[in-house]
Each structure stands twice: as structure tokens, then as C-alpha cells.
Write a protein that binds this ligand. Structure first.
Ligand code: ADP
Ligand code: MG
Length: 256
């Protein structure tokens, strides 16, 4: 059965999608079977995996509403060598339409249960909000990966996310854990980055992943080609870091 992880942080632009897409591609390079679930109506992970979000025959939206299933809606990321449950703007409507449905925070969990034997990892790219969509991600997952930049305000907002995760753990999903904080867009030349990074290690100990993702322009360029950074330029520092992060995750799940 797959281990299921949400990549979450209610801030936008902190590297969630870059992390989800490149971790998926990095794990695929390590021969892991991966499904990426795009739970963000912006569909950035879908595009970044090389799938056109316009005119999807079926998507996360239909799966959440129960009018399609994962096996029908998923597509292959050819460059990334992983499967994708794609999304687009339609998914924004699900938030409202799900209000009427039973078990509305467990829709994704139930949908993934039908395919989880086919994968080693299922990675969920969450939208930048603590919304019903994110709640579905948290209810479906074994753990949360929190990407963050090592800047002055990095910790601000983290307590809201941690409190939400605690509530979900207590009331809805006893399996849920914070797997770790991932330092992304790291610039080792900045003293502030070094300081915040050291503070994170002090406060969160082994909840901070060993791998650090550097700021790397190749990672930022790759989405415009519809290719994960890991595939776009496998020798770049950013790609190498995400492959190393994949190896760190493979090790972690053996202990879970
Ligand atoms: P989120 O999904 O949290 O909104 P994204 O993954 O879309 O964040 O990242 C926000 C922006 O930062 C994007 O333009 C992305 O290309 C860029 N970016 C993310 N990680 C890196 C990195 N390690 N190096 C350089 N640019 C990055
Ligand atoms: Mg995103």
C-alpha cells in the first residue's frame, strides 16, 4: 500500500508545487511508483508534469464529486515517469458543491483507497489555503511535508498549519503526522538563511529534513517546458537536491 503525503503550507509561492513535482520525478528515478494528486485549482503541478490542464476528460474535480474515479482520470507524466490526477479551475467549484455531500472531508481518501496498491508513494499538492480541499488532503494522508523558505517570516503562519494538523489528527485522521519541514529556495550566501535554518533545527530537531533545496534557476525554468526540473536538467543542483530528498523519503517510509 502506498504511503500518502500532503505537501502543504497555506502560504502561496513557498515551493509546494515545485516540491511535489520534483519529489515525484526524483522518486520515479529511484524506481518508486508514484501518483501525484493535483489538489490545487491553479493546476500548476498538472502543467509542470507536462499535462495540458485545458480540456481534461476527467480530473480531481470529478473524482472529488464521485462522478469519475482515479483510475479513469489519471494521466501519465511522460517526462516525469509518474502518474498524475490532474486538475484545473473547475476544482474551485468543488469546494461549494461538496457542502451537500456526505463524508465531504473524506472524498479523496475514499477515492485513493481504490488505487493505493498500485503505488509506493502518493503525493498531494495542496492549494495555498486551509480549505475543504486541503482538509481532504490531510484526511487522506499519512504525513505532511511542509516546504518553507528560510526567511524572517518563515515561522509566521506555521502555527496555524500545525494547529490544523493537530485538530485533523485528533478528530479525523489519527494516522496524520508532520513528516518534516523542508528548507527550499535556500541561499547559503545569506547570513539570515543560515540563521533561520539553524533556528529551525534547534526548535524542530529531526522534524527538519536533512536535504536542503537550493535556489536554482533551472527548477524555476522547467515548468515553462512542461517538464519537472529533475528531468529538465538532471545534473543541476536543484535536481540533485530533489533526488537526494527522494532518497531521504524512501528511507523515512521504511521506518513508518
Ligand atoms: P507554491 O506551490 O507554494 O505556490 P511554487 O512551487 O509554485 O510555490 O514556487 C513559487 C515560485 O518559486 C515558482 O515560480 C517556482 O518556479 C519558484 N521556485 C520554487 N522553488 C524554487 C527553487 N528551489 N529555486 C528557484 N525557484 C524556485
Ligand atoms: Mg502551487
Amino acid at each position: 500500500m502506498a504511503k500518502i503525503f500532503c505537501v502543504a503550507n497555506q502560504k502561496g509561492g513557498v515551493g509546494k508545487t515545485t516540491t511535489t513535482v520534483n519529489l515525484a520525478a526524483g522518486l520515479a528515478k529511484l524506481d518508486q511508483r508514484v501518483l501525484l494528486v493535483d489538489l490545487d485549482p491553479q493546476g500548476n503541478a498538472t502543467m509542470g508534469a507536462g499535462i495540458n490542464k485545458a480540456g481534461l476528460p476527467a480530473s480531481t474535480y470529478e473524482v472529488m464529486l464521485g462522478t469519475s474515479d482515479v483510475a479513469t482520470a489519471r494521466q501519465r507524466s511522460e517526462p516525469g515517469h509518474f502518474d498524475v490526477l490532474p486538475s484545473n479551475r473547475e476544482l474551485a467549484g468543488a469546494e461549494v458543491e461538496m457542502v451537500e455531500l456526505d463524508n465531504r472531508e473524506r472524498r479523496l481518501k475514499e477515492a485513493l483507497a481504490l488505487v493505493d496498491k498500485e503505488y509506493d508513494f502518493i503525493l498531494i499538492d495542496c492549494p495555498p489555503a486551509l480549505s475543504m480541499l486541503t482538509l481532504n488532503g490531510l484526511c487522506a494522508a499519512h504525513g505532511v511535508i511542509i516546504p518553507m523558505q528560510c526567511e524572517y517570516y518563515a515561522l509566521e503562519g506555521l502555527s496555524d498549519l500545525v494547529n490544523t494538523i493537530k485538530k485533523v489528527h485528533a478528530n479525523l485522521n489519527p494516522d496524520l503526522k508532520i513528516i518534516g519541514l523542508l528548507r527550499v529556495m535556500f541561499d547559503p550566501r545569506m547570513t539570515l538563511s543560515q540563521q533561520v535554518s539553524a533556528q529551525l533545527e534547534q526548535h524542530f530537531g529531526d522534524k527538519v529534513f536533512k536535504t536542503i533545496i537550493p535556489r536554482n534557476v533551472r527548477l524555476a525554468e522547467a515548468p515553462s517546458y512542461g517538464v519537472p526540473g529533475v528531468t529538465f536538467d538532471p545534473t543541476s543542483k536543484g535536481a540533485q537536491a530533489y533526488i537526494a530528498f527522494g532518497a531521504e523519503m524512501v528511507k523515512r517510509i521504511k521506518k513508518m
